[in-house]
Design a protein around this ligand. Structure first.
Ligand code: COA
Length: 330
């Protein structure tokens, strides 16, 4: 059988807007309380991108840091993948805007839309191009500007989301002991309307009526998503480890999508694993969708907790419905 290249992450970066929105700020906007938000979600504050800046700005900042840490020049990139559901425009893709800004003129570029699972999907796509030997250097960005699609009159959603970007450089390696080991990508479109933006697409183009009815904002069935998320994470985790004849306790780190601290704690307790194996940034950043995992990864590297040789699972779930994970030896 042909020997496949392994894919390793050689650099990470993140971009977090400066503007902090606290739970107390939200108490002034909708009928909510710091106590409710913290106890139901674990979120204390989130970040909001300043007016005049966009998805591509945050993407660029995170990407430049990842490239610099990987010591890779943008001109060497073969492909740019941007996982997002909040792009600058319907078309062209944010990845093309980013490609031009980085002057990565050799690279192909495309956005990947898979809800909050977007980064896991994009990383898996990158791995395929590297495994096949076609490409050797790929930039993967997970980025969202969700505050622009949040209904600030809907207390059930506006307390949850925030803006941010994370980026990684994925490169080919011949080191058989490191890199992405396997992945799992799943979807169930029967749950499409559990988390969606009704208007603004071809199904319901923007009109005075859609704007007046606030149909360009996210609508969510939180309870159903919660139940789905807990099962999706556990199924994915067992799928990833069992295929390698391993157990959850063999993992050094489990980077879960940051949608609700209660989901993370529920999984952790059910698996009876220590808290330090589960990075958390939802308390400070809220749910940044496609960006939660790459930001967490970057933070863990900076803190010295994620180290070469660690066995790491990244697992996400989100709109679509989509869910999935990546298992890698860092
Ligand atoms: N402040 C105060 N009360 C609120 C509130 C808020 N921000 N949002 C909702 N409530 C109220 C509800 O109106 C409801 O009131 P009622 O009992 O009078 O009808 C009550 O709180 C309980 O609502 P419920 O939706 O059952 O709360 P919950 O414990 O399920 O928590 C979520 C709601 C959204 C935090 C939780 O369901 C969740 O996190 N779901 C997953 C969401 C997710 O992961 N989304 C992203 C996917 S990537």
């Amino acid at each position: 059988m042909q020997k496949l290249n392994r894919s390793i992450i050689t650099g990470t970066g993140a971009a977090i807007p400066d503007r902090v929105i606290t739970n107390e700020d939200l108490e002034k906007l909708v009928d909510t309380s710091n106590e409710w938000i913290v106890s139901r979600t674990g979120i204390r504050e989130r970040r909001m991108l300043e007016e005049g800046f966009s998805n591509a700005d945050l993407s660029e900042k995170a990407a430049r840091e990842a490239l610099s840490r990987a010591e890779v020049s943008a001109s060497e990139l073969d492909l740019i993948l941007v996982a997002t559901v909040t792009p600058d425009h319907h078309t062209p893709s944010t990845s093309c805007i980013l490609q031009a800004r980085l002057e990565a003129f050799k690279a192909g570029a495309m956005d990947i839309s898979a809800g909050c699972t977007g980064f896991v999907y994009a990383l898996s796509v990158a791995q395929q191009f590297i495994n096949s030997g076609i490409y050797t250097k790929i930039l993967v960005v997970g980025v969202e500007i969700l505050t622009r699609f949040t209904d600030w009159e809907d207390r059930s959603t506006c307390v949850l989301f925030g803006d941010g970007a994370g980026a990684v450089v994925v490169e080919a390696t011949e080191d058989e002991n490191r890199g992405i080991i396997n992945f799992s990508l799943k979807s169930d479109g029967r749950g499409a309307k559990l988390l969606y933006v009704p208007a603004g697409g071809s199904a319901m183009p923007a009109s005075e009526e859609t704007v007046n009815n606030r149909m360009h904002y996210l609508i969510m069935n939180g309870n159903e998503i919660f139940k789905f998320a807990v099962k999706a994470v556990e199924d994915t985790l067992y799928d990833l480890v069992r295929r390698e004849n391993k157990k959850p306790e063999d993992l050094d780190m489990i980077i879960l999508h940051q949608a609700n601290l209660r989901i993370i704690n529920h999984i952790r307790k059910h698996l009876k694993l220590p808290q330090e194996k589960f990075p958390v940034n939802i308390d400070r950043l809220g749910n940044t969708s496609s960006a939660t995992i790459p930001i967490a990864m970057h933070e863990e590297i900076l803190a010295g907790r994620l180290k070469e040789g660690d066995l790491v699972a990244m697992i996400a779930f989100g709109a679509g419905l989509t869910w999935g994970g990546v298992l890698m030896r860092w």
